[in-house]
Write a protein of this length. Structure first.
Length: 530
């Protein structure tokens, strides 16, 4: 599909996907492979460049992740980052030793601006000689490999970057891929676009065109079935498949009664018969089935399991009505591929398998995953290219089990209605406050949360309303700022906004007499309530 490829070789460091994302931001397609990947396989891919990532071990230890010397002799430019930089030096005859002190955090670095990495030798993006970089290492390059020269240093690190221009080999001790290295993306750009000579042919408009062609080729006259959740990934997959094969695609959308207010209708408005996409849309209103199954269940993991299992049952029934299909489509994206251990080295066990097990219950011949090579921000761009509304494409994450994990204790239709209404008011007010701020100040306020929602605590307490005593539920408001959803801080929403939300919820939502704002960060809290 695309001709230019950079291979990112994964040594198990924590920023490996970030390295790949930064390369893609330079309009250069790249893929992540484990360091164990056979050299012949890498050669066969004919990459225009190779990047070695960071990693957790010391490269001189026995059994440490390594690579062969031949990797550096292919005539393909190689950039080693952190562990990758040290490994490159060691394998090519330099020396790596444990430093007296670990160098960690934002560090002042002095760069040789004659290096192409930093904008010298005709490279397009100039980097100032003095800048800040993000360091995280115990070991350091104590002796350069033959042919290399140092092109950057810090107070503690004599070789913060090195190069052997003739051999096309570059090493950076710090992490250019993280935001804490403000000039870092320029360095990566200089590497892939100048040193490797990539033209930058990776663009989402051409991705969409190419993907449509290859879906048509693969599917032929066959039938495709997709479980549409209304989330970003399955929606973009649906839009792409619809553009490619129209009515050969059937999307089954299960409304499990645990969606946000109006969400089922919003999904139907986009993908249903009145929407802009040509496909078969099946909406299953399974609300009551779910409420019956969930009745009396209070244990969070059991609730998740019931919701997941019921999804499979409902979907299976619908799939039976449709009969055998040729393809089951899934909205798998690149981080899912990498994290399930198929791409790189940093396999983590995914804790949330929303449609886990589905393939076991559907009669199909092959799986089709049109977004398999895309990062989330690329999926969003593809969604916009395909004409999906911004509100859908940029919507905040919503857990598969939906409001089921935002209602503490047992789930009932009454509680769902309360939390839906409270959540709707909350989001409406927060969105309005953000829009107002933007209008008045040009940019976004710094408190804009990455995820925000209302949850229903199981607490009921005494209150007064008018002259009457009430005994009603307490709603909790949550809003977090986070980059990776692994850690999060409570968002600093202006008190006035929270007050407006509080009074609207109490006035407009029956059954609520208290509103709390959750200040807890993650850890020790989680983002959801269960
Ligand atoms: P926690 O609550 O674990 O949430 O801090 C981190 C992110 O994961 C989402 N989340 C889920 N997503 N199924 C999902 O698809 C789940 O069971 C689930 N639980 C939490 C949560 O919304 C947040 O974005």
């Amino acid at each position: 599909m695309n001709k230019e490829l950079v291979v990112v070789i994964d040594f198990g460091g924590q920023y490996n996907q970030l390295v790949a994302r930064r390369v893609r931001e330079c309009n250069v397609y790249c893929e992540i492979y484990s360091y164990k990947t056979d050299l012949e396989k890498i050669k066969a891919m004919q990459p225009k460049g190779i990047i070695l990532t960071g990693g957790p071990s010391s490269c001189y230890e026995e059994n440490a992740a390594t690579c062969s010397k031949e990797l550096f002799e292919l005539g393909i430019p190689v950039l080693g980052l952190c562990y990758g930089a040290q490994l490159m030096s060691l394998v090519l005859g330099g020396k790596v030793e444990r430093a007296e002190n670990r160098e960690y955090g934002k560090t002042q670095v002095t760069l040789d601006t004659n290096s192409a990495l930093f904008g010298g030798k005709g490279a397009p993006l100039a980097v100032p000689a003095q800048t800040v970089c993000w360091m995280s290492h115990f070991d350091y390059i104590s002796k350069l490999a033959p042919g290399f020269k140092s092109v950057a240093y810090t107070d503690n690190c004599p070789v913060a970057a090195a190069e052997n221009v003739e051999a096309g080999l570059y090493a950076i001790q710090f992490h250019p891929e993280v935001l804490h290295t403000p000039e870092g993306s320029k360095m990566l750009y200089n590497f892939v676009r100048h040193i490797c000579g990539c033209m930058g042919d990776w663009r989402m408009d051409t991705f969409v065109e190419d993907a449509i062609q290859s879906i048509r080729q693969k599917v032929g006259g066959g039938k495709v079935l997709l479980a549409l959740s209304g989330g970003v990934d399955s929606s973009v997959a649906a839009a792409l498949l619809a553009k490619a094969i129209g009515k050969q695609l059937t999307c089954v959308f299960v409304d499990h009664g645990l969606l946000r207010k109006n969400e089922g209708d919003e999904v139907e408005a986009i993908f249903g018969p009145k929407g802009n996409f040509d496909l078969n849309f099946v909406r299953v209103n399974a609300q009551q089935r779910y409420y019956v199954k969930l009745a009396g269940e209070t244990e969070p993991e059991r609730k998740r399991k019931i919701i997941g299992e019921e999804f499979i049952r409902v979907f299976e029934e619908e799939a039976k009505k449709i009969g055998a299909v040729d393809f089951l489509a899934q909205g798998t994206i690149y981080p899912d591929v990498v994290e399930s251990g198929l791409g790189g080295e940093s396999a983590v066990i995914k804790s949330h398998h929303n449609v886990g097990g589905l393939p076991d219950y559907v009669d199909f011949k092959e799986i089709i995953e049109p977004l398999r090579n895309l990062f989330k921000d690329e999926v969003r761009k593809a969604g916009l290219e395909l004409g999906l509304p911004e509100a859908l494409v940029f919507r905040q994450p919503f857990p598969g089990p939906g409001l089921g994990v935002r209602i503490i204790g047992d789930v009932t239709a009454e509680k769902v209605k309360i939390v839906q209404d409270a959540d709707f008011i909350y989001r409406e007010e927060v969105d309005a406050a953000i829009a107002k701020y933007k209008e008045e100040n040009g940019g976004e306020p710094d408190w804009v949360p990455n995820q925000y929602f209302a949850a229903l605590t199981n607490m009921r307490s005494v209150g007064v309303m008018g002259d009457e005593r009430t005994y009603d539920y307490a709603v909790a408001l949550r809003a977090v700022k986070t980059v990776d959803f692994m850690t999060a801080e409570s968002s600093d929403i202006p008190f006035q906004v929270l007050q407006t939300v509080m009074s609207r919820i109490i006035n407009e939502v029956r059954g609520v007499n208290r509103v709390f704002y959750d200040l807890t960060s993650k850890p020790p809290g989680t983002i959801e309530f269960e």
